[in-house]
Write a protein that binds this ligand. Structure first.
Ligand code: GAR
Length: 188
């Protein structure tokens, strides 16, 4: 059984998909960590009996980085899963842990925090989702999987994002199903 930690800042529908498939994926979710004390994902974690940890952003960014790193070291996961985590991770953290992320666009197009809005503003017909390894850049890590979503002329940012998230939830679980068995056992 692989040991994972989920990082999430918001609603947590991606985290929920992983929670619901944890048994089939043969993962133990050690904790859900959020930078947002009121994030709904924390309610989802409690409902599923999963430990929660809050690491609120501080004025001193370096100190926040160290707090998160210390927590991850204590939990010692095989994989860190970002599921709507809206913070960049430090070079030390991404160097020490295997971390993946799901992004709501076809990277390298539309990186950053407003990927859905940016795709609509660019007037493209197709966007989608990307599962990628996390490095110290903004959505620049190696791509693991991608899937397209057509943009409709009537789409708002919300309607498009909701359709992308349906695909993201399936693709994230499918990617984890393939990726987890290839990871080496527990980190020493
Ligand atoms: C997802 O679309 C995810 O790709 C995105 O936040 C949403 C989280 O939804 N993440 C990013 O934009 C990270 N740059 P959720 O809170 O319902 O799981």
């Amino acid at each position: 059984m692989k040991r994972v930690v989920i990082l999430a800042s918001g609603n947590g529908s991606l985290a929920q998909a992983i929670i619901e498939n944890a048994k089939e994926l043969d993962v133990q979710i050690l904790a859900i960590i959020s930078d947002q004390p009121k994030a709904f994902v924390l309610e989802r974690a409690k409902a599923a009996d999963i430990a929660t940890q809050i690491v609120e952003m501080k004025k001193d960014r370096k100190s926040w980085d160290l707090d998160l790193l210390a927590l991850l070291r204590m939990l010692n996961p095989d994989l860190v899963i970002c599921a709507g985590f809206m913070r960049l991770l430090s070079f030390e953290t991404v160097s020490e842990f295997r971390i993946i992320n799901s992004h709501p666009a076809l990277l390298p197009n539309f990186p950053g925090a407003h990927a859905v809005r940016d795709a609509l503003a660019a007037g493209v017909n197709t966007t989608g989702t990307t599962i990628h390894w996390v490095d110290a850049g903004v959505d620049t890590g190696e791509i693991i999987a991608q899937e397209s979503v057509e943009i409709e002329s009537t789409d708002s940012e919300d309607s498009l994002h909701e359709r992308i998230k349906i695909v993201e939830r399936r693709l994230y679980v499918q990617t984890l199903r393939e990726l987890l068995p290839t990871l080496e056992g527990s980190r020493g």
